[in-house]
Design a protein around this ligand. Structure first.
Ligand code: CTP
Ligand code: MG
Length: 224
């Protein structure tokens, strides 16, 4: 499942971020291409920006003629978008891989590793150990405390789950009016285990104009 329904406010683009050009291809197309060699394209559920369904449909049909994706219209928050995607999974799905459209350089071995971990433990997220010291600050920009760096990881995607686990986590979050910025944390807040899978700095999220420049550079240099 590919959440692609954001508008890219921090990137400052005119249309949906997932359709922004990165070295001649739309961001969401580059991301989806990563899943083709491991056979995950056929069952893909792509969650797209409300009001831009046709733009997504034509970009995807051009890039992947004949690929039978399910396209779902997203919601205002990422969590709502994923919830709608979960509702659209084909009924025989056992493991769901949720990966941001905005991370075009995920490696196939990391996807496979996260699927194996989810099959075994129920839930897994890719993340990278923090290299910088991470500070907690308050609303007035005063330092509150400094959690020990060796305990801190920076969250990435894919986040991979047994379908039953992530459906239960979303239902619980909805019942509690809890809105999170990722899906694995919804599983953890039910007290269940989530395996951390080491990702790579190359699996960065295209968020700002600088990230977009970096993504273009990665493509040009053939780094991922
Ligand atoms: N996303 C989504 N539905 C939303 C918001 C985000 O499917 N309502 C997706 C984005 O398309 C992206 C991923 O979740 O692939 C991570 O979100 P983010 O990088 O924050 O993208 P945007 O929300 O588009 O960017 P911004 O927060 O700068 O507006
Ligand atoms: Mg966002």
């Amino acid at each position: 499942m590919i959440p692609a329904a954001g508008m890219g406010t921090r990137l400052g683009c005119s249309g949906p971020k997932a359709l922004v050009d990165v070295g001649g291809k739309a961001l969401v197309v580059r991301t989806l291409e990563r899943f083709s060699p491991i056979g995950l394209l056929e069952d893909a559920v792509i969650i797209v920006t409300p009001g831009h369904e046709n733009g997504f449909k034509s970009a995807l049909a051009r890039a992947f003629p004949g690929s039978p994706f399910t396209i779902v219209t997203g919601g205002a928050e990422r969590q709502t978008s994923v919830q709608k995607g979960l509702d659209a999974l084909s009924p025989n799905t056992e493991i769901v891989v949720i990966h941001d459209a905005a991370r075009p350089f995920i490696s196939q071995s990391t996807v496979t590793e996260s699927m194996q971990a989810a099959a075994k433990c129920g839930a897994a997220t890719v993340a990278i150990p923090a290299v910088d010291t991470v500070l907690r600050g308050d609303s007035g920009n005063w330092l509150v405390d400094t959690p020990p760096r060796h305990e801190l990881w920076l969250c990435q995607t894919p986040q991979t789950f047994r379908v039953e686990v992530i459906r239960r986590a979303h239902a619980q979050a909805a019942e509690d009016d809890h809105v999170g910025t990722d899906d694995a944390s919804l599983v953890r807040r039910m007290g269940e285990r989530v395996k951390l899978i080491k990702g790579s700095p190359l699996n960065f999220k295209v968020t700002t104009p600088l990230d977009l420049k970096m993504a273009q550079w990665v493509v040009r240099e053939g780094l991922a």
